[in-house]
Design a protein around this ligand. Structure first.
Ligand SMILES: NC(=O)c1ccc[n+]([C@@H]2O[C@H](COP(=O)([O-])OP(=O)(O)OC[C@H]3O[C@@H](n4cnc5c(N)ncnc54)[C@H](OP(=O)(O)O)[C@@H]3O)[C@@H](O)[C@H]2O)c1
Length: 344
């Protein structure tokens, strides 16, 4: 090996150099291969460290402020993000549609963590009009506290063949999933710029997209397209405002909430998903979220595991849609609302 690596000092002809390159190429390739394999081997270890060992940042100190605004705060992942942020010392402005449910979450935050809350009931489906946007802005103007974090979480889905999506459902998906992120961020980004320009305070924006943003979800084409929008807006803004705002773009998979029936492989609880998300704030720019979802992400395209997972999930979903369609007229609105119409 050493002789192969020895360069003759003088009198190299071009054929000598070509021979030398040929002889050493194999070592170069071996080194690249080793580095690549080493990096691949480190990946699971890094993920285990991030998930189980890495301490959460002191978020209140990091962003010099203890108020966060969370949309879709009354249930599922959003409610659990509120609990995790409250645990980290944040007071929370809770935004969702139903006031009674928001008050329930506010009560839990007070009881468990003694943190303050503000409750802002708003139906994001109203964002189709300029009047709706003005109403949202007026509501947000009532928040006089120094907000240092925005979590764009609100979202709905609709499981059905595309031709069975009604215009009403498609409009709701666009208003609630896309327009909410657009107008909430449009309101808070200038405020976060002011915080930075005035007192050099950084802020944070967490955008909840979905793993569906990377590809396709069966019978949820409109939903995943809105989630691709959420992701692309988020990563683009991270580039634009990264000098003053820490972005975290989240692309989770199955999480047991009202939006996602607990029947898929790799489903996690909303609490553990939220914990992983809040743990990543300030460290990462983009994350899939829970470690179980990272495993799923890597298995879903592989030759044997991919088709197997896809077969199991597809048959479960088809069965579920069938049962839902048989029962939907009599089921409680809350339980199956995302699949009935969910437009108010
Ligand atoms: N669950 C999953 O498997 C999964 C996977 C990937 C990504 N995600 C994403 O995670 C986010 C949260 O989903 P989730 O599963 O936690 O959903 P969820 O349990 O259905 O909770 C949705 C929240 O949004 C609020 N909301 C719904 N429609 C609203 C409207 N028109 N106006 C105002 N608030 C409204 C609900 O409040 P009200 O009670 O007031 O309606 C509730 O607080 C979504 O963006 C979703 O796309 C979820």
């Amino acid at each position: 090996m050493l002789s192969g690596l020895t360069l003759k000092k003088q009198g190299n002809t071009s054929s000598d150099i070509t021979t030398l390159i040929k002889e050493n190429a194999v070592y170069g390739l071996a080194a690249i291969g080793l580095l690549y394999t080493g990096k691949k081997a480190m990946y699971p270890l890094r993920e285990v460290y991030k998930h189980y060992l890495r301490p959460r940042k002191d978020l209140v100190a990091n962003y010099s402020g203890n108020w966060a605004v969370v949309t879709g705060a009354s249930g599922g992942i959003g409610e659990q993000i509120c609990m995790q942020l409250a645990k980290s010392g944040y007071n929370i402005v809770l935004v969702a549609d139903k006031k009674s449910e928001l008050l329930e979450t506010a009560k839990k935050i007070k009881t468990e963590y003694g943190k303050e809350t503000r409750v802002l009931p708003f139906n994001f489906n109203d964002l189709a009009t300029e009047e709706g946007v003005d109403n949202l802005n007026r509501l947000l103007d009532t928040v006089t506290e120094d907000v240092s974090m925005l979590v764009n979480n609100v979202g709905i889905t609709h499981n059905n063949h595309f031709e069975k999506h009604t215009p009403e459902v498609m409009n709701a998906l666009v208003n609630i999933n896309i327009r909410s992120q657009l107008f909430m961020s449009h309101y808070f980004i200038p405020k976060f710029q002011e915080r930075f320009n005035g007192e050099q305070k950084r802020s944070a924006i967490v955008d909840i997209a979905s793993m569906g943003a990377f590809g396709s979800n069966l019978y949820e084409s409109v939903y995943v397209a809105t989630k691709a929008f959420n992701r692309v807006l988020s990563v683009s803004q991270a580039t634009e405002y990264g000098d003053m705002i820490d972005y975290l773009t989240v692309t989770p998979a199955f999480t047991a909430t009202h939006l996602c029936p607990d029947l898929y492989m790799f489903t996690v609880t909303a609490e553990s998903e939220a914990e992983t998300i809040v743990n990543a704030i300030g460290y990462e720019k983009e994350t899939i979220g829970h470690i179980k979802h990272k495993v799923y992400y890597h298995l879903r395209d592989k030759p044997i595991t991919g088709p197997l997972i896809s077969y199991i999930n597809k048959s479960r979903k088809l069965q579920w849609i069938k049962e839902r369609d048989q029962k939907q007229m009599v089921l409680a609105e809350r339980q199956f609302r995302q699949d009935v119409v969910y437009v108010r």
